[in-house]
Write a new protein. Structure first.
Ligand SMILES: [Zn+2]
Ligand SMILES: [Zn+2]
Length: 278
């Protein structure tokens, strides 16, 4: 455990990039071997769009990183935040509680809010417009959304009172888990279902990418599935019924063109065609 802490205390940027690139490569190979769907799509064109958004996400996070570093050191120096207020405990328990809190505020909460506040949904919708979900979809976030998510990550660090090594550990796990649950891979149903009791499994997150409500507004989790189960946002849908995308943007010229995707937040907003009653 101490090795993990010291590694993540000073993880070089090159290693963080390696985790991202290594993860995409690994899941891309697995997708080709055990695909969930045989998707007829231009894989490189699709990857090009999503990798563009991954790079803009990295740039936003890099520029704003100092805010996280300052927040983490302020909380530990001033004994602020839930982890600082809890009694002494074994380091593994401290780590799990910290990761759960970062996941709640920096991932579940922001994701839930992005679905409920129209202005934020304008940016988040780019993630949902993807009609071919694969491992590259994981970081398909409009730069505006990357900023929103970053601010909630900082809020999570403040509330949790987590040290910086834990933030780096969380972010590295988040990259891998997100690539895993977006990957176009088919796990045995029973294994996927078993995993969904602990983590956001591939089938669980795919339901979030079904094109109509109420499925779009469900399964907001990132790493841990407990938050969806606790707050009643967990929904299942058989994978043979899945249709990826979002009903307001199903035209390829809208959801598969980089220029349009960048412009969507500034276009006239559209309401979902399907109601929650369907
Ligand atoms: Zn979403
Ligand atoms: Zn997703």
């Amino acid at each position: 455990m101490n090795e993990i802490i010291s590694y993540f205390s000073s993880i070089p940027s090159s290693h963080r990039s390696l985790i991202l690139v290594g993860g995409i490569t690994l899941f891309w190979v697995i997708e080709n071997t055990f695909p969930l769907f045989q998707m007829q799509y231009k894989k490189w064109h699709h990857a090009g769009i999503n990798i563009f958004f991954t790079i803009t996400t990295i740039i936003v996070n890099f520029i704003l990183a100092f805010i996280l570093i300052k927040t983490a050191s302020w909380t530990t120096e001033n004994n602020f935040g839930i982890l600082q207020w809890l009694p002494e405990m074994p380091i593994w328990l401290y780590t799990i509680i910290g990761l759960l809190l970062l996941d709640l505020v920096g991932a579940y909460l922001v994701h839930f809010i992005e679905h409920k506040i129209k202005f934020l949904w304008r940016f988040h919708i780019i993630h949902h417009t993807d009609t071919w979900i694969d491992t590259t979809t994981a970081n398909r976030h409009h730069p505006g959304e990357s900023v929103i998510r970053f601010l909630f990550t900082a809020l999570g660090v403040l509330i949790a009172g987590s040290p910086m090594w834990m933030v780096f550990l969380y972010q590295s796990l988040s990259v891998i888990f997100s690539q895993f649950n977006h990957a176009n891979i088919s796990l045995p149903d029973k294994l996927d279902f078993f995993l969904s009791y602990f983590i956001v499994s591939p089938n669980m997150h795919k339901v979030h990418h079904h094109y109509v409500l109420p499925y779009t507004d469900s399964n907001y989790g990132n790493i841990f599935s407990v938050w969806d189960r606790l707050f009643g946002t967990y929904i299942t849908l058989s994978k043979d019924k899945l249709v990826y995308g979002v009903d307001t943007h199903m035209l390829p010229e809208e959801n598969n063109q980089l220029k349009n995707l960048l412009q969507i937040p500034f276009q006239k907003s559209r309401s979902a065609k399907n109601t929650k009653n369907q």
